[in-house]
Design a protein around this ligand. Sequence first.
Ligand SMILES: Nc1ncnc2c1ncn2[C@@H]1O[C@H](COP(=O)(O)OP(=O)(O)OP(=O)(O)O)[C@@H](O)[C@H]1O
Ligand SMILES: [Mg+2]
Length: 397
Amino acid sequence: MAVRFKLYYFTDEIREYLQGVINGSRQGVVIRSVPLTAALPEQTNHDADVYLVEYDETVPGMDQWIEKIQHQQGHPAVYLYLREASTETLLKALRLGVQECFVQQIGEEEFSKAIQRLLKIKTGLKPGEKTQIISVLGCKGGAGVTFIAVNLAHSLAAPKKEGVLLCDLDLGASDVSSFLDMQPKYTIMDLVENFDKIDPQYLRDIVYSLESGLEVLPGPPRLEEGELLQAQHIDNILTYIRNQSLYRWLVLDLGDHLDDITLKALERSDLIVLVVLLTIPGLRDAKKILETFKLLEFKDDKIQLVVNSFKNGVDIKLEEGEKFLGREFLAVLRYDHGAVVRSINEGRPLLESQPRHRLSGDFAALVDKLQAEGSENGHRPGMWAGLKRLLRLGGKS
Ligand SMILES: Nc1ncnc2c1ncn2[C@@H]1O[C@H](COP(=O)(O)OP(=O)(O)OP(=O)(O)O)[C@@H](O)[C@H]1O
Ligand SMILES: [Mg+2]
């Protein structure tokens, strides 16, 4: 995972030195360097995670300027660099609320530890909280699962910079990479092959980091590769990531199939977002899946129904859909072919490319409701193993 640095310096010599330190670390990348003069520059947000500032206490207004950085959108961290410092200066610098102060030579290990501390804070996990797994599952092919999973993961990651990993577990039709215009070097297959060597650093090297802060574990590039994956692999990966508390949210694109792999992922999930289309076949498929979930003894509050592509006046009425399924819908996402296709073709989440669009507003409402959902959405592990014989896996039972 890349940590984006914005660098402020007084002399070219220090710029070169600090750039070398950042680029020499495994995760740091300089996205912008800005020279400082006695007239401190206006701050503009470039989505940096860290501002590394050469500190000079004799420059008037510098302390207030540093405090202002920390109140910017996204609350970037501030690291100060001092050529030399008395204890007094150091204490004064620390009182500004900055994350780290470096004096003179910066050791490689010292810098890497500072980044690790920052990444821990970035996950957004508070003491006692655990990673929440949200699965997105469709009742039908083409229901909008990937579109919803991508935009949901983006909205959870972007504003508060919470750690979010989006995993493409639709192994037969992995689409997440094209929805986000990514050319990933690694996929879930690399993680499976090297699972015995896994550590947090290795995982962060494998996942693809987007500028918004969202991280992605892409699906297998080819169908036949996906066939090598087993439910146990998925279980190992999800359990490892959750136990390491590396992310606040894990969002899974499960496509629309119930099979060993997706059932394992559903079993491990805290919340299941079931994507429903308000047509007769769409509702019938939704009902069958809900019946299957009942057999699996998933608790009702673990499952949330979200209507997608809703066309008022054309689709079945919301109240009728709720009555048929015996459940309320958590949220309704309207139909807008143009907006959705444009966002998919641009390779950017709709919420990023068209944040003011009415469909983006529908998403914001969905995210608010999901965030408000309690984390106590229990399930009974292992229940599906016996029951799967009763189900026609791969179909909709
Ligand atoms: N709210 C919406 N309004 C209009 N069109 C939509 C909406 N959501 C999705 N679509 C359309 O449906 C198509 C399928 O979307 P998406 O690929 O996200 O579905 P999926 O369930 O992941 O499909 P697959 O079964 O192929 O994995 C998209 O190309 C998009 O044009
Ligand atoms: Mg899909």
